[in-house]
Design a protein around this ligand. Structure first.
Ligand code: SF4
Length: 299
């Protein structure tokens, strides 16, 4: 396969995978929703969960996106230094989004700042947003697709805490924000928390925390303990599915951290909704692919 043929194949795979991510929840999210549904007794909460599963069934049956909100499309790329299309990935992902928008079809969601004009193809300045990690001595690319919906992005916040606020300040920020704005994000929520020395690092890590599989833990035992404590505390509020009350509030709490400045803690929150459209695909140098987030799927 020459470079042009590889490029065509890569764009086609990523377009079809982006469309697929918009129509089918990843396995871990689906399983967690089933788990939360089984724990519900409250009449209204069970109705809301059942409506979610009916929505998923209809999306499958009618071959349509599972939520009307395409979100702003983001790609988190872990690309090997020897991946053959390294120089072309950015343009290829832009073309993949345009193609996915036609194929889906996906609602047009990219609005240019200042012009206040919808571009009509989900592509705009710096959108799709692409986050890069270069993997040494590898010829593969692992790409996360994330559809950042309006509602589920709404509770997002990042702040540098005052020196004496400590880790308690991180917890307070999360609880204040979730109790004030969480219901806008179509609960049950996935909570991503970033802790770092400056606000942009914390913000980025809070989003990366949402990419972790539900049920995974922070690599540091204290981080894992804090995740469990925050999850228990948020569930005790009983926000319930759709914010209408129920046994639980969240699908999980994930924290990612970077070493911080001695005097400051920067904390950030990103939230995912019940329709957490996160797909993970690995593409090899020969353009063969493996979908990691949705087992057994062939595009
Ligand atoms: S928060 Fe999620 S489920 Fe609700 S409208 Fe937005 S993308 Fe859809």
């Amino acid at each position: 396969m020459n470079t042009a043929e590889q490029l065509e194949k890569f764009i086609d795979i990523m377009a079809r995978f982006t469309v697929y991510t918009g129509k089918y929840l990843p396995d871990d999210v689906y399983a967690k929703l089933q788990d939360l549904r089984e724990k519900e007794d409250a009449a209204l909460a069970t109705i809301v969960y059942d409506a979610m599963f009916e929505d998923l069934r209809l999306a499958h049956e009618l071959d349509r996106p599972l939520c009307q909100d395409t979100g702003v499309i983001q790609y988190f790329v872990q690309v090997g230094s020897r991946f053959p299309l390294l120089d072309h990935i950015e343009n290829a992902l832009v073309e993949a989004v345009k193609k996915a928008t036609r194929l889906g079809p996906l609602r047009h969601n990219a609005v240019e700042v200042f012009e206040e004009k919808n571009t009509g193809n989900n592509v705009g300045k710096r959108i799709p947003w692409i986050d890069w990690e270069l993997v040494p001595d590898s010829d593969e690319a692992t790409i996360y697709v994330y559809m950042a919906g309006g509602g589920c992005s709404l509770p997002g916040i990042a702040r540098v805490l005052m020196p004496l606020e400590g880790y308690e300040g991180v917890v307070k920020l999360v609880f204040d924000q979730v109790t004030s704005y969480g219901i806008n994000a179509c609960p049950p929520l996935l909570i991503g928390i970033g802790i770092a020395g400056s606000v942009e690092v914390a913000a980025k890590l809070s989003k990366k925390a949402l990419l972790r599989p539900i049920g995974s833990q922070n690599s540091n035992p204290r981080g894992a303990e804090l995740e469990a404590l925050i999850e228990a505390g948020l569930n005790a509020i009983k926000i319930g599915p759709g914010g209408l009350g129920g046994e639980n509030s969240v699908m999980g709490v994930h924290i990612e951290e970077a070493a911080r400045h001695p005097a400051t803690i920067a904390a950030a929150l990103s939230t995912g909704c019940w329709a957490h459209r996160r797909g993970v695909i690995k593409i090899k140098a020969d353009m063969e692919y493996q979908i990691i987030s949705h087992q057994g799927v062939v595009l």
